[in-house]
Design a binder for this molecule. Structure first.
Ligand code: NAD
Ligand code: ZN
Length: 366
């Protein structure tokens, strides 16, 4: 089976093709979209080991000339140095205006390849073949591309939409389980922020999502649709898009506190951040019933951290956390912006959160 999620952003319209073994159709789809195109495949060493030979063979079988460009795995690859290496390699492979860049990897590769594609010859078309769950449901939708600055993550970049996204659910079978769980936090986030029925569905079906097959395809499709709908309403990030940051303001503070290390993966920080956003909302009298325990129970059974004590090596003290929160979200007139909730599936942007209330809440949680 195969699910197609059409995306329309600005002048761009493209398909996200989701399903088991959809990668087998990559050559034929590229040929249909860009007849005669040559391709540079950007990937990292881990993904290359598991999938590069197969992808190269699929393209070759369609008569497409493909040049691989392999970088080291990890966030460190979103660097100026790598950007230069990758751009030069794309040019050396004689990839020109009618040719394509293929991003075969997780969010790191998607961001780096997309930014290189946006830059070489003032813009080459590119195709996303996301290989991590996070990349399938988050980074390959929305058109944000970029690299990191010494001043912070993703500060150098461009909006550049792909012409096609191929999300092959079978490719996730080689993803380390911890990375899969971290990506699942973003899947659950879509339910928590705007789709209570989806969250209820996940509570029943998450094991099948982890196992693969039809449930995994469904969860990825719902997530991509949710992100595409929000981004289409707000492509340049002025209002609604902020809802996607549910769990991220708390999450980023813990992630930064752990030095963006293996101690706490991004998705793990988001899971914990979502629970805290629910707890804080309850504390503010926005939320009643059993939502907090429901959210915590589900994320915990799915193998994600939901308590500050779950973070390996602990978290910074409250002063440092408040500093990190203030850096992440600009403070306006002494108030913070947070994504809060009135229930499962009912997130909203709160622009007037009192820093003292956040501080007191965190002091109690630590
Ligand atoms: P990642 O790309 O580093 O992948 C995680 C790890 O899994 C890496 O070690 C990678 O080599 C490995 N891997 C990926 N797919 C694999 C597979 N199928 N088999 C075996 N190993 C595999 O990290 P990620 O979590 O995918 O993405 C994180 C990045 O995404 C961050 O840089 C973040 O800033 C970015 N991001 C971007 C957006 C956006 O809108 N552009 C949104 C969210 C996140
Ligand atoms: Zn995220």
């Amino acid at each position: 089976t195969e699910t197609i999620v059409p995306v329309a952003l600005g002048e761009r319209a493209y398909d996200i093709v989701i399903g088991r073994d959809t990668i087998e159709t990559l050559g034929a789809r590229i040929k249909a979209l860009r007849p005669g195109a040559r391709v540079a495949i950007l990937t990292d060493e881990n993904v290359a080991r598991a999938h590069l030979d197969n992808v190269t063979a699929i393209l070759t079988a369609s008569g497409i000339e493909a040049t691989p460009i392999v970088v080291a795995p990890g966030e460190g690859s979103k660097s100026y140095k790598n950007f230069e290496t990758v751009c030069e390699a794309i040019i050396a492979a004689r990839i020109e205006r009618n040719d394509l860049v293929v991003a075969l990897g997780g969010g790191v590769i998607g961001d780096l390849a997309g930014f290189a594609a946006a830059s070489v010859r003032r813009g080459l078309d590119f195709v996303q073949v996301p290989t991590s769950l996070l990349a399938m449901v988050d980074s390959s939708v929305g058109g944000k591309t970029g690299i990191n600055s010494r001043h912070g993550k993703n500060l150098i970049g461009a909006f550049h939409q792909p012409i096609l996204v191929i999300a092959d659910t079978a490719v996730l079978d080689t993803l380390p389980e911890r990375e899969f769980r971290a990506g699942y936090a973003e899947v659950a986030k879509y339910g928590l922020l705007g789709d209570a029925d989806f969250f209820t569905w996940l509570e029943t079906n998450w094991r099948d999502v982890y196992a693969g097959g039809a449930a995994r395809e469904h969860a990825i499709a719902v997530s991509c649709r949710a992100k595409a709908a929000i981004v289409a309403r707000d492509e340049r990030e002025t209002g609604d898009r902020a809802l996607l940051n549910l769990g991220h303001t708390f999450g980023h503070a813990f992630e930064a506190g752990a030095g963006y290390s293996q101690r706490l993966l991004h998705g793990e920080a988001v899971a914990l951040g979502c629970v805290l956003a629910f707890e804080f909302s309850e504390r503010q009298g926005l939320l009643g019933g059993n939502s907090v325990s429901r959210v915590r129970a589900h994320l915990a059974e799915a193998g994600l951290p939901t308590k500050i004590n779950d973070v390996q090596g602990g978290v910074p003290d409250v002063d440092r956390l408040m500093e990190l929160i203030a850096q992440d979200k600009k403070v306006k007139r002494g108030k913070l912006t947070f994504i809060l909730v009135r229930g499962v599936g009912q997130a909203f942007v709160a622009n007037d959160v009192d820093p003292a209330a956040i501080r007191a809440f965190l002091a109690e949680k630590r």
